[in-house]
Write a protein that binds this ligand. Sequence first.
Ligand code: PMP
Length: 283
Amino acid sequence: MSIISYVNGSYVDHKDAKVNIEDRGYQFADGVYEVFAVINKQIVDYDGHINRLFRSLNEISLNSPIVKEAYIFHIRNLIRKNNIHDGLIYLQVSRGVAQRDFKFPTKIKPSLVITAKSISMENYYSKFKQGIKVKITDDLRWKRVDIKTLNLLPPVLAKQKAVENGCEEAWMIDSDGYITEGSSSNAWILIRDKLITTPATNSILKGITRTSLIRALKRKNIKLIEKRFNKKDIKNANEAFITSATQFVMPVIKVDGYKIGNGKVGKYAHMFKDAYMEAIQLK
Ligand code: PMP
């Protein structure tokens, strides 16, 4: 079965899907994106992701190429056309096609591309059982990482460094020595029974999974502190995690070679994963 993607108003065979070489997304990373998880054919946290897309568009003065209500229609079509049970939807809006020039072109139509792929929840659950390893890298990004832009070279380099060091994720550290977040996830540690995550300022992307997990944990009376944490705090942690639309809640068992707790997936990881899955009503 061929994969179907959505490109500027048409559903096309993925291998024939093309964008113009003068698309500003390609030349300047002048655009924004979202990633939605699909579980049991249902879009996870749809409202959170679509609202963040519109916030990102607004922050870079880019108009949506379609009305807000139309996005769910195209996403559902791709889920159906690609027969996705569990999967990921990638959606990107760029400023569009124009002769290369830094300033915004006056007459330009934004480009919209949406792709879909299947994922295996079994793979997620077996990765969860193992936990992942994290490498600390410098946070080399710009000052508005709260906007989900296409400008991803620093996290690409951070993730590559993590992989070269036998790790699955990078935790980026700012010039004050505090962890901001993962290259493509939010970062959390647990010290005794207190859960700590970096506050949602301009220095991190306010993850939709992060927000849903916080809401779920409030109902379970878990003590959450939104504050910055450093390498010393990580050494004192008994558990650690990342969250994202693609990893849900994923335990971290080692950071820069140091074992977190006993180096095994802890009981809070299970509790948080279950609370999250329950909150998105897919458990
Ligand atoms: N931070 C960064 C830098 C990310 O790229 C992501 C994933 N898009 C996240 C956090 C997690 O966000 P979400 O839970 O909305 O996927």
